[in-house]
Design a protein around this ligand. Structure first.
Ligand code: XMP
Length: 512
């Protein structure tokens, strides 16, 4: 595997994605991970990401210096290159040069890292600092007009660096550079395939669960259905699936999920639990997004634990709680640290401190598109694999502020119309995710001859690959107009519809 150390760079996730796309497993860890932790992973190579800081800044993200002396090849990208430069005894100049955007590098020597590239290549730069000098045992491979050290290698010490971002599409031959590092330098094996991944995952689940049983929260969405299918392959009828209606689901959703699990999946144990009263009661008067998420996450666990207690009389040994957590859930819920900030606490990562059940999350290393491929391999029906993601906290994070019955009912209807029209027009499958959100403000309108003072609905439709970044979907104006007219005319309590044109970053897909 290839270990990516995160120094807070905005393209860090793309590095891991690129490596995985080569068929090699890659994992991202915070830059200050211990040597012991690194030792356990036995990486074939380490990539140091970019980052917004300056290496000499007080509190700048750093890593254990010894990482460079493990004999494992290390590739520093941007900030990563500067850090290697600093540790190796070179000279790093802060703020001396600002290179942003497309640049030409002139390659003097290809070495192993730039093997196969031409004398002149386009690359994507985004840096304010630069390495001005390196010790003699470093070969300078490439320069730009203004940056002497744009790429280096020290094959004796197995240290490599590029000042530009090979992981972004704007560096057309960046993939070849990463490939040179991963295969020629690190000699990593191409063994990360969905097929082998599913077999391996099933083996691992069997080993972990042993003779015990697993209770699994399912929502009818892609992640939890694929996770449940894997668990079912591993433990068979010792899997107990539970769909919890927390009162924050969409129109007709409970019926649809029930039908799907009972008629199509045919798992022996499927239970429907209506816990809406308890969730809604606990959310009363709560407007703060993280507080809402925490209440929902903790209440889910309580509901599962009481179901286990209830089943306990007949079905012993339910020791595990299965969850459909995927990789981005964990990244965005990261505990705030010096270098990474918590964006939002995904419900399945927000667990109470004291838990009786042990968590098992077979998909925790996967991105969404990989989960879909895995689902295909496991023959999960397309109607599930093609569903848009729906977050565990449900409509609670699409009603900004306090969740109240009236708002839930309006939002359910608006969302239903939006999705209905997207499906009818063929745009549902062209968007990655789409939904309506309710803004807790009222606006003035006129209907018939009377003044109205009602809620505002915001429509959000995005395109994305893995939810780490997203763009707003360019829906046709006529379609938006039709949806807006239907929402305003058919739903009492709404007199205005907005279309959200923000990208992630700086916005996020959901509103809270
Ligand atoms: P954001 O809002 O962070 O969302 O851009 C990225 C993706 O994650 C989904 N999401 C969640 N999924 N539990 C989930 O199961 C959560 O708590 C949660 N929060 C966000 C969101 O719908 C989008 O697809």
């Amino acid at each position: 595997m290839i270990l990516v150390l995160n120094f807070g760079g905005q393209y860090c996730h793309l590095i891991a994605r690129r490596v995985r796309d080569f068929g090699v497993y890659a994992e991202i860890l915070p830059c200050d991970v211990s040597l012991k932790e690194i030792g356990k992973l036995k990486p074939d190579g380490i990539i140091l990401s970019g980052g917004p800081a300056s290496v000499y800044e007080h509190n700048a993200p750093s890593m254990e210096r010894k990482v460079l002396g493990l004999g494992i090849p290390v590739l520093g990208i941007c900030y990563g290159l500067q850090l290697i430069g600093k540790f190796a005894g070179g000279e790093v100049l802060a703020g001396k040069l600002k290179e942003f955007g497309s640049k030409t590098i002139y390659i003097k020597k290809n070495g192993k890292l730039l093997k196969g590239l031409s004398k002149k290549e386009q690359v994507w730069m985004s840096h304010g600092d630069l390495v001005a000098k390196l010790p003699d045992d470093f070969d300078i491979l490439a320069s730009t007009d203004s940056c002497h050290i744009a790429a280096f290698e020290n094959s004796g010490k197995r240290l490599y660096g590029i000042q530009f971002h090979a992981e972004v599409a704007h560096t057309p031959r960046g993939g070849e550079i990463l490939r040179n590092f991963v295969f020629d330098i690190c000699r990593a094996k191409r063994d990360w395939h969905i097929k082998s991944a599913s077999k391996k995952l099933i083996r691992e689940i069997k080993k972990e669960v042993g003779k015990n049983s697993v209770i699994m929260g399912v929502s009818g969405g892609v992640d939890s259905t694929v996770a449940a299918t894997l668990l079912h392959r591993a433990v068979g009828n010792r899997l107990y699936c539970v769909f919890v209606d927390h009162g924050l689901i969409r129109k007709n959703e409970a019926e649809e999920v029930k039908n799907f699990f009972e008629k199509k999946l045919n798992f022996r144990h499927f239970y429907f639990v209506d816990a809406s009263q308890i969730f809604l009661e606990r959310l009363k008067g709560v407007a703060e997004p993280e507080e809402k998420r925490k209440i929902i996450g903790h209440t889910f666990i309580e509901v599962f634990e009481s179901k286990v207690a209830e089943l306990g009389k007949k079905h012993k040994n339910i020791k595990f709680l299965g969850q459909g957590t995927i990789y981005p859930d964990r990244i965005e819920s990261a505990q705030p640290s010096k270098f990474a900030s918590k964006i939002k606490s995904h419900h399945n990562v927000t667990l109470p401190e004291k838990m009786v059940l042990r968590i098992i999350e077979p998909l925790k290393e996967f991105y969404k598109d990989e989960v879909r491929k895995l689902g295909k391999e496991l023959k999960v029906p397309d109607e599930i694999l093609n569903r848009h993601p729906f977050p565990g906290p449900g409509l609670a994070i699409r009603i900004l502020g306090e969740v109240i019955e009236e708002r839930l009912s309006i939002l359910r209807d608006a969302d239903f119309i939006f999705i209905d029209e997207l499906k009818k027009s063929g745009y549902y499958s062209k968007t990655w995710q789409a939904f309506a959100a309710l803004l807790p403000v009222k606006a003035v309108g006129v209907m018939g001859d009377s003044r109205t003072y009602e809620y505002v609905i915001s429509l959000r439709a995005v395109t994305s690959l893995d939810a780490m970044t997203a763009d707003w979907a360019r829906l046709p104006n006529e379609l938006l107009e039709k949806i807006s007219n239907r929402i305003i005319n058919e739903i009492r309590g709404v007199n205005r519809v907005l279309y959200d044109i923000s990208q992630k970053p700086p916005a996020t897909i959901e509103y809270e």
